[in-house]
Ligand binder design. Sequence first.
Ligand SMILES: *Cc1c(COP(=O)(O)O)cnc(C)c1O
Length: 834
Amino acid sequence: MSYTIGNIAAILQGKARLTDPGATIEHLLIDSRRLVFSTTSLFFALHGSRNEGSYYIGDLISRGVFNFVVPAGVDVEAWPSVNFIIVDDVRNALQTLASVHRQKFDFPIVGITGSNGKTIVKEWLYQLLQPDLNIVRNPRSYNSQTGVPLSIWQMDEVHQLGIFEAGISRPGEMSRLEDMIRPTIGILTNIGEAHKEGFANDLQKAREKAILFAGVKQLVYCKDALTPGFNPEHLQSARRDQDISFFSWSRRSEASLFVVNKTTTNTATTINGVYAGIPVSVTIPFTDRVSIDNAITCWCVLIILGYNQELISERMRHLIAVDMRMQLKAAIHGCLLINDSYSNDLLSFALALDYLRQQSVGKNSTVILSDILESGLSPAHLVKLVLDKVEAAGINRLILIGPGFYGIRAGLEVAEGRPSTGCQVHCYESTDAFLQAVHTSLFRDEVILLKGARVFEFERIGHLLEAQTHQTILEVNLSAMVHNLKAYQRILHPHTKVMAMVKAFSYGSGSVEIARLLQYQKVDYLAVAYADEGITLRKDGVSLPIMVMNPEEVTFDALVEYNLEPELYSFSILRAFDEYLNRAGLAGFPIHLKIDTGMHRLGFETFDVPLLTDILVANHRLVVRSVFSHLVGSDNPLHDAFSLRQASDFEAACGSIESLIGYTFIKHLSNTGAIFRHPHLQYDMVRLGIGLYGVPAPGVNLPLQPAVSLRTTVAQVRKVQVGETVGYSRAGLLHRDSIIATVRIGYADGFSRKLGNGVGSMLVRGALAPVIGNVCMDMTMLDVTNIDGVREDDYVEVFGTNLPVTRIAEWCETIPYEIMTGISQRVKRVYFEE
Ligand SMILES: *Cc1c(COP(=O)(O)O)cnc(C)c1O
């Protein structure tokens, strides 16, 4: 299905100022950061709450975009050579285009709405049906007024089924979504509290949601979770003159699928029911109520699609979790932490409590809850509901945070130590107030549920509870990092981009903090080793493009979900990713190609290029963002000739890829060593790694500052007599009466055992104190006989400003990279700026 800008102008009936009406449009763009295909994209300049789309027009034109839909008032004469369609309402235009596109297809479309479970039901249906059908669906949960049109735009002749979810927060929105999706099969998941505030009451909300079903032939819903006064069976088909055929399920009353009971093991649930008078059952690898409900809904859909029970059972057995938002983590003092600080409404609170109860059998439990912002209830009413739920769940302690709860704390004080259940209630005005007032010793051997709306930043509480209290600290000087970044940038050409290597927790120094800093300093790209590292960054709001160097197949979903760009280095991974995109119905995904020019680690061979480009031009699923290779000895003059040979092979490969795929991409070869030593090999971008941390490199003459230092403290000081030994295996024999300081760092922290018996030293009161005896797991003993006045809790530098990490590396006969990345995760990272 292809459109020209001329066709689209006719569809939108806007005023058009077209200089090239025949221009082909393949992609719709609403976010300038997501631009991939400049010439075939049509940018909709939406009016957003924080961003005015039309501000980006100039920038996009300079990046090669020349088709725009804009509101009246944009000075189109300022850009004479591009195509403009001028409309009254840009969002409307986007939706109209999607509606028209939708109507070109007549394969079945499943439309899902409800307050909870939409995305899971959609993804599970996809899992269950994709062995047989080519399915198009919303990426992630693109279910909004702008997400749905972009999802619909993906529909294509190759598809056989569509599954789209629709989410609304205000009256009037659903009819727009219905007009685009036009589902033929409807699914109503439960109607809960989310987004209640936009509606007068539950009934209004239920009716609004039901607008999605105006044209469905079949409707699946659960009878047990209906809003009072709302009966889907009274719905009439507004678009068709035939009646809707209803398929309900229930645990309580007669329904198309009557759920009789369930049996649960540790890891699975068997659900028994009756359908058409015959006993039926399925088993799913989940045990919680939410998953069971969602699975039953999917079961109903498979029945109406004509699947037999045997096949349904077989497929259901292999359902996999979609997105575990509720994380369970080990926390301080033997506690477990359930961190669900993603959203907060009454229904999801109830679900989280259910989960907490599952996890806290035989243990105490605490709930930390923020104000529930969108319930539409008064704080007093809300608190009563919360207390009822918390007491019913047998929770021992409830900590309420937020001005709403705080405002009515007088009423809550009465609840403190309620005789009925013994649940203690505490109240704080804000997250800050809580953090200031509370000491971590308050929490011990219990399960803690952290449930808060986004604005309350409960992740800060999460950090506190997860943090290890260990006095060995890796200090990261952020100002020094900025200084080092600038030192390198000064020796680059003004247009050379910088990709900052933040793999392996930014060389051991942390991840999010460093990435945020680099984002603020406007580096162009980040690179991580594995998808998880990238996900962590995205979850913490890092929006820079991120390259993932080892994209494993199991992480493809996450790559797409979190907008991470894979490095593809072999035909097998390239084909797997291409195939994955095909299945997911995605196109135009940015990738990076690695060429092997001599490292012989990962990468395509130069002679692979023709076959490689054949695959790339066969469809537009993969878009080459960059091509790169890695120098094996950029820091050593001995290897200069080899480096130059690598560079010329790299250039040749880039040249042929470029000419065969017909568009350009970023080329990069240099790592830290090469930036200084081979300035002519900058190409379009350099990859800066170790240099950021200020580690001095041979032959590099730049004013760098050490950015990381590892420090610990003295736990005990004692006198030990000549002839005694210190530590395990009696290795540390004393040749004189000595003073020994035991410090709180061992090989489990990353202080290598190779540094024992005098090989390594640490700085105590400004002097080097050699390690005596073997390094232990958590402790090391230093000979401080020659240093005056060493005391308990004295600060000890393991490496840093006064003792360069390169020294430790030499003692260990390794390189600074290994020392830095070997600092274990239990060592707390502390960041500071000067
Ligand atoms: C780690 C890495 C770098 C950075 O190397 P430094 O020597 O730390 O600058 C560059 N490119 C690739 C492919 C890497 O893996």
